[in-house]
Design a binder for this molecule. Structure first.
Ligand SMILES: C[S@@+](CC[C@H](N)C(=O)[O-])C[C@H]1O[C@@H](n2cnc3c(N)ncnc32)[C@H](O)[C@@H]1O
Length: 217
C-alpha cells in the first residue's frame, strides 16, 4: 500500500472517496455493451441486481434508471453516501447493504444479475454464484496481472489481480456468453456468464422506460 494510505481497507477507501480521487466517472463501457447485448434482451422488464463493491454507484444507478431494483454493497460508507447522492441526482432508487463483502450474506437465488467491477476477493465467488437465480447473469470486470505494473490506487499485491484465464474459470457450470482478456495496456479481464436453469429468454424489444442519457465511457 502507498505510505500515505491508512492500512485499514475501509479507512483507505473512505479517504479516497472523501478526497475525490475516486468515484466520479461514467459507467464502464463494458456494462453499456453488456446491457445492450445480454442484460436487456434476457431481462427486458428488469429484475433484481447486486452491485458488489459498487462504490459511488455509477453502475447501480445506470441499471436503476432502467427498471432494475439494485442493491449496492460496499465497505466504504463514504462511497455509499456518494452513491446515495448520485441516485438522488438521477431520480433513481437504490438499496444499500453496507459492509465487508467477505462476511456479508448475499442470500440464495435472490438476484437476476450480479455485477462486480474492479474488485477481487476470490473467497466470495461461490456466494455470488449462489446469490444468483437460475438463468441469472454474472457480469465481472477487473484487473489482470498485466495491470500490476501500473499499481494504481496503491494496490500492488498479486491478490488484487487475476491470473491468466482465472475469471474464465471462476464460475464452474455457468455458460460463458462473453470473455475477454487484454494482452497489453490496462490489463483487464471481463466476463458475462449465465447460471444454468431458469426461464428467461432473449427478446428483441427495448423497454419503454430506457432513458436517452449518453456516456463518453
Ligand atoms: C476500484 S473501486 C470500484 C468501485 C465500483 N465497482 C466502480 O467500478 O466504480 C473498489 C471498491 O471496492 C470497495 N471495497 C474494497 N474492499 C471491500 C470489501 N472488503 N468489501 C466490500 N467492498 C470493498 C471499495 O470501497 C471501493 O468502492
Amino acid at each position: 500500500m502507498k505510505a500515505c494510505m491508512p492500512e485499514n481497507e475501509r479507512d483507505a477507501w473512505n479517504q479516497r472517496y472523501r478526497d475525490g480521487s475516486h468515484g466520479g466517472s461514467d459507467p464502464d463501457r463494458f456494462l453499456l455493451k453488456s446491457y445492450e447485448e445480454f442484460i436487456e434482451p434476457l431481462f427486458p422488464a428488469g429484475g433484481a441486481a447486486l452491485d458488489v463493491a459498487g462504490g459511488a454507484g455509477r453502475h447501480a444507478v445506470y441499471l436503476a434508471e432502467r427498471a432494475w431494483q439494485v442493491t449496492l454493497t460496499d465497505i466504504s460508507e463514504v462511497g455509499i453516501e456518494r452513491a446515495r447522492q448520485r441516485a438522488k441526482a438521477y431520480g433513481a432508487t437504490l438499496d444499500f447493504l453496507p459492509g465487508d463483502a467477505r462476511s456479508l450474506d448475499f442470500g440464495r437465488e435472490r438476484f437476476d444479475l450480479v455485477m462486480v467491477f474492479f474488485y477481487l476477493e476470490r473467497d466470495i465467488l461461490p456466494r455470488l454464484a449462489a446469490a444468483l437465480r437460475p438463468g441469472g447473469l454474472i457480469i465481472y470486470k477487473t484487473y489482470t496481472r498485466e495491470h500490476e505494473k501500473f499499481a494504481i490506487h496503491g494496490l500492488s499485491h498479486p491478490t488484487y489481480f487475476l491470473g491468466d484465464n482465472e475469471l474464465l474459470q471462476a464460475f464452474p457450470g455457468f455458460r460463458v456468453l462473453h470473455y475477454r482478456e487484454s494482452a497489453s495496456g490496462r490489463g483487464i479481464a471481463e466476463l458475462v456468464a449465465r447460471k444454468p436453469g431458469g426461464a428467461a429468454k432473449f427478446c428483441g424489444s427495448l423497454p419503454a422506460s430506457v432513458p436517452s442519457r449518453k456516456f463518453d465511457a
